[in-house]
Design a protein around this ligand. Sequence first.
Ligand SMILES: [Zn+2]
Length: 959
Amino acid sequence: MSKQNLSNYIKFLNHLTELEQKGLLTSKQKHLLKVNLTTKEQTLDKLICSFEDEVNYQNSILQYLSAIEPQTKQKCHSSGENEAQLKFRKRHNSHSKVTTFNESKLIANLDELNDQLMNIWQADAQFLFNQEINEKLRKVGELINKTTTLTPLGSQKQVNSISETHVLIDGLRSLYKDMKQHFNDYLRCHILLMDDQLTTEHLYKVLRAFMKNLVDADEVTFIINNELYTSRTEQFEDIIITQQQQQEIDLIQDKKLIDLSQCYPELGVLFQTNQYKGNYALKISNSSCIFCFHQKREKNIIIDSFLSLCNEYQFFEEVNQLAYFLLETLKQARVQCFNPLQLSHMIQDIGIAFIRCSKYIFIQKVIEMLKNRYQLSKENPSFSSDQPFVEFDFRDSLNLSIYICMDLNKKEEMNVYQQLNLSYNKYLKFIKQCYDRTTFYKFFVKSQDSLIFEFDKQGLITFVSQPITSKLADDFGINFNPQMFNASYKNMFKNTSLLQHIENQLQEQNQWKLTDSNSSYEVFMKMEEKYFKGFFVIFQQGWFRYDQKELEANQWNKLRKKIIQSETKQYLDKLEQKHPQLKNSVVQMFKPKSSQKQSLFKNFSPNFSPNHLDQRISLKESQNDRKILKTKGVNHFYSDMITDTDIEDINNLKFNILPYSCNWLEKQKVVFYILRRNNFIEDYKINETALCNFLCALEYKYNKSGNQFHNYDHGVTVMQCSHAISLEIMKTKHAHLLTQFTKFALILAALCHDVSHTGRTNTFEINSLSNLAIRYHDKSVLEQHHAATSIKMLCAPSTNIIPNFNSEEFRDFRKLFISNILFTDITEHFNLIKSFEARTQELNFGTEQDVRLMTGIIIHTSDFAGAAKPFPISKQWSTRVNTEFQEQYTLEGKFGYPQQPYMKDLDQLPIMAKSEVGFFKFIVRPLWAVMSKFVEDRLQESIENLDYTIIEWEKLMIK
Ligand SMILES: [Zn+2]
């Protein structure tokens, strides 16, 4: 390409961009032109090389386009392709006319005339028209005449409209700027969360800022389960809903935001709507909650109408999601159980959803602005036939367009139109940027090995990826306080060489630079279309720097495990710092093995003296004393179990085994029903006698030690819960992962998972040097024992219920079955949750390993099925397990083994309550929350039970 051609080429591309901005060129057309340019299509090539006439340049391009592609345009018209923003419905509005009328001449003439008139006025009160002025007036008159013939409006109006046009253009311009500013501010909410000492009070503050920034709500109120929460008092209070109130609640339509001040007098009293200007209420989907946003005043011009627009522009789901998030978070705040990073994720997700919807505010504001000046219609245009109009297509999923009575032959109207186009496109671009930014942020929120700060052009903080712990602050010399809004990097970093480094970078800000001058930090400049936008400072947390590719899969798994363990340890250390009572609580049991030993058994060395052996013998005796009778040895109850009447709640999480506690046949019926409900008996041709033998043997082995908690009741409960959760999974997008075979291995493992339990913990087995501990080398002692016992039963001919499996099937089954049982080892708790959460975030979630994690977390969650029942039932399970602990504590004392501090004095209710609070808050509830999230929030009732249970235990703790 010659030099001449190159400059033509650039000129051509510039004009394309301009045409596109004006809305005269679709991206498809632009693409076509570019293709023809690169293939050196003859006509176009000639056209480009011969262009002299700048004025007609763009028209020539358009003419060329219509010559080569007569169908393209038509296509755009008929199918409403979203690129086609501008559609001329009237033939006489052809593009070529746009430039024929030059209004700037009129303005120049008017200006000149005005100047001369002013001069004359000042010089001589009886002003005389000279020849020159007369001539100019004639010209002006001509121009005005020309204008009036082209517009339906009167000439007087036309002259006034020139200044109106400026106002309108300015309005459109600042609308974009204001909205962008507003939502930029909102993203800063995340910083407030990055508080290492995040307390409930801080959380309330964050939520307040979040609501205010997003939907301009000052307060929220909701009623759920006969409780009323109001953010004004930050309190939950018990209420009784009157009949009239209930009637009003029933009136509230689903999936619609309503104005509570109107038509709902009784609820209005309850929600104190008279204190606010706006009260927008909704029924939260899948919950019995009535939620209300309150607005104090109509001040914020950007978002005053956000909530009122949601029905019209169909973003109710987003508002519902926000309400649901607030409801859940406030409930969590109540039991003081929240994770800032998780909240940050949610805030970003909801934030981006709202930023997407905010384009409807933009559209609404545009309509309001244009309405003052132009005739406008959202429906098909009903303007009179001779009026020129344009259709502005917002390219959104609702296919929104507005028809504006506007004549693009007039320069000022073209200017308005262009500004509208420009502002709207810029706003769409802003939304996309926010989306990209959120993705970027979320990546760093997830990342454990780096800490990232983002600063804007002025050097003010806009983002921090993690709470700054005192250790981080010390390591990197950071002085950060989340309450410091608008802090600059100068206030924040104490490290002088880092500051110097940033300053240097800022000086050379026009070049993109990535530097790694120091192994502990990096500074990146942000650039966007050649302009400097701000910068990032990234701190490396050292211990995790490696090149992933160089690691083999096995090494990678080991490393991953190490990372998770170290994260868990950090988490627990922090938890204990904040909640000292956890140090001696049952939560210790859930620590991964390595950290557990150090903290608990530093001074204990196992005793090998003969005396010790005696003690173990006497322990055996004491166990024999507690032995209960074997249940009916008859194995012919199969026909008894076949019943067509359903067992109450057998397919959901409300199921309660306790009423059947003393009825062995009822329990076996439950097991049988679940096996049959899942078609296992048919699919795997389970033999009647073998099944009876198997279940009898299982029950016997479960109950032979007379454990208070770890008995057949528990086994059946865990099986039923796995069954119920599986049913929920089948309703989700993950259903395909739970094949019949996987489900069978899960549900059967759940039933068997604690068989032959000794009623003691692994720690006890290890400290007492029991045969089991010796056999399994202290590693998941009981779990391995349960798995081995079950597999043995499945291999013995009389109790083999799966003799039809071929050897390969049996191998696969055994693998899954054992893996499931091993996941019930509570020292795997944090590892399991972390791995599972990390994997579910990945796009390729669904590997064989992931399925094992999934069934692992189902069985582990189900292991706490009793705990997640309504409080009266949950309390019974707690009492059972604490009795078992207490017995162990007594034995430990008797034999001189290290005693577990959290098992001490559990017979005293306040002490047991304290232990339960920690256990529920930090172990059980988070686990159920992860499970519920995975099944798309279908376990809400259990979570609510847990929250209520925490509150109840807290009450008992105080007394
Ligand atoms: Zn269990």
